[in-house]
Design a protein around this ligand. Structure first.
Ligand SMILES: C[S@@+](CC[C@H](N)C(=O)[O-])C[C@H]1O[C@@H](n2cnc3c(N)ncnc32)[C@H](O)[C@@H]1O
Length: 363
């Protein structure tokens, strides 16, 4: 008898896939800090990003490959049929930390890219979509951008739920607050879905120390020069620069600026025996909860920092995707029960027939 493949139920199209944080999370089947994040029933059938360095990393880690193209240049009709649309749409224009250039919100060209998701939803009508963005989205444009975005998603035919997540509450060694917007085509899905509850709270949060590579302390390459340290110390109090991390806590948010991390920026740094050092790209990837075997070296270290800093932590995404698949499993289980009930009827009819005719003539 042909087996029903429950493992690959939902087809996924991924916009703005970057180096694959969201995609790895939804696909599952990876290990992070000795914990296994099981395979989830999603299959990525289409992925696109216009940054060739991010897509080089993506393509060295997945069996399928992603396209390197501007999403505004594609013919949306040509995207394969899918059940879920993903999109961590570009966030620079919504971010509170991106003060220079100033926050332009949805009036900026990049801030308009979420409309590409809206157009794809109107065309393909997948059962779900998952969008992700920075916390600043909630207050951008004096609080006007977020309701406008939700409104556009609703007008494309979806019921919307959203929640602000902190990655450190979901098994990630980083305080990273991000808004997730989930759209449901069906009202019953919308009514049934619940966002996952935090799995790591207070004392159980994963600390930075557990993902550091202490051997990097022996390599001068990762340390800032004395000149940079002196300059930072002069303005430290006033400017809140040189943010040394507490190793017993999750790390502060890392960003795509890590590529240019300097002691004059607000990015997190480490202090080792009185000296200051930056994270290695591998440490940055671990802080984002990428597994140790995630391949990064198809591009330069600067490009790795950038792609990793932009990513959605796979472990946080895994929990969200896991909650969503429960809706579908629930439905599959109902189908299974219906089939079982049908079989019972069939069996009892067969028994009746056998009793009457003393033989079973059912193929
Ligand atoms: C926040 S990052 C997405 C991160 C990704 N979801 C992950 O989890 O790794 C936004 C991405 O949008 C991409 N992007 C920006 N403008 C784009 C465009 N016009 N077309 C396609 N991708 C674009 C950027 O290259 C960047 O990788």
């Amino acid at each position: 008898m042909a087996k029903v493949n429950r493992n690959k139920t939902l087809k996924v199209a991924s916009f703005f896939c970057g180096c694959g944080g969201m995609d790895l999370g939804i696909q599952g089947g990876f290990k992070f800090l000795e914990k296994k994040y099981n395979d989830l029933p999603y299959e990525i059938v289409y992925a696109i990003d216009n940054d060739p360095y991010a897509t080089a990393i993506y393509n060295s880690n997945f069996k399928h490959s992603c396209k390197t193209e501007d999403v505004r240049d594609i013919n949306i009709k040509n995207i394969p049929k899918h059940d879920v649309l993903l999109g961590g749409f570009p966030c620079q224009s919504f971010s509170i930390s991106a003060q220079n250039p100033p926050r332009l919100g949805y009036k900026d060209e990049k801030g308009k890219l979420f409309f590409e998701m809206v157009n794809a939803l109107k065309e393909h009508k997948p059962r779900f979509f998952i969008a992700e963005n920075v916390k600043g989205l909630l207050s951008a444009n004096k609080g006007k951008a977020f309701p406008m975005i939700v409104d556009e998603f609703e007008k494309s035919g979806y019921y919307i739920k959203y929640k602000l997540f902190d990655a450190s509450e979901y098994g990630v060694p980083q305080k990273r607050q991000r808004v997730f917007i989930i759209g449901f085509k069906r009202y019953e899905d919308y009514m049934t879905f619940e966002f996952p509850k935090p799995t790591t709270l207070k004392d159980s949060k994963i600390n930075l120390n557990s993902v550091l590579d202490h051997s990097a302390n022996k390599n001068e390459k990762w340390f800032f020069s004395q000149k940079a340290v002196d300059g930072m110390l002069r303005v430290k109090e006033k400017m809140n620069k040189g943010r040394v991390q507490d190793l017993n806590q999750p790390c502060n948010t890392i960003s795509s600026h890590l590529s240019k991390v300097s002691l004059n920026s607000t990015d997190p740094v480490l202090q080792v025996n009185g000296k200051y050092r930056r994270f290695t790209p591998r440490e940055a990837a671990c802080i984002q909860s990428f597994p140790k075997n995630y391949k990064l070296d198809s591009v330069s270290e600067n490009r790795q920092y950038r792609a990793i800093g932009n990513a959605v932590p796979p472990v946080m995404m895994w929990y969200i995707a896991h909650s969503l698949k429960d809706l579908v499993n629930l439905e599959l289980d109902i189908t299974k029960v219906k089939v079982a009930l049908k079989n019972i009827n069939y069996q009892s009819k067969a028994t009746e027939y056998y009793k009457k005719n003393k033989q079973l003539e059912i193929a």
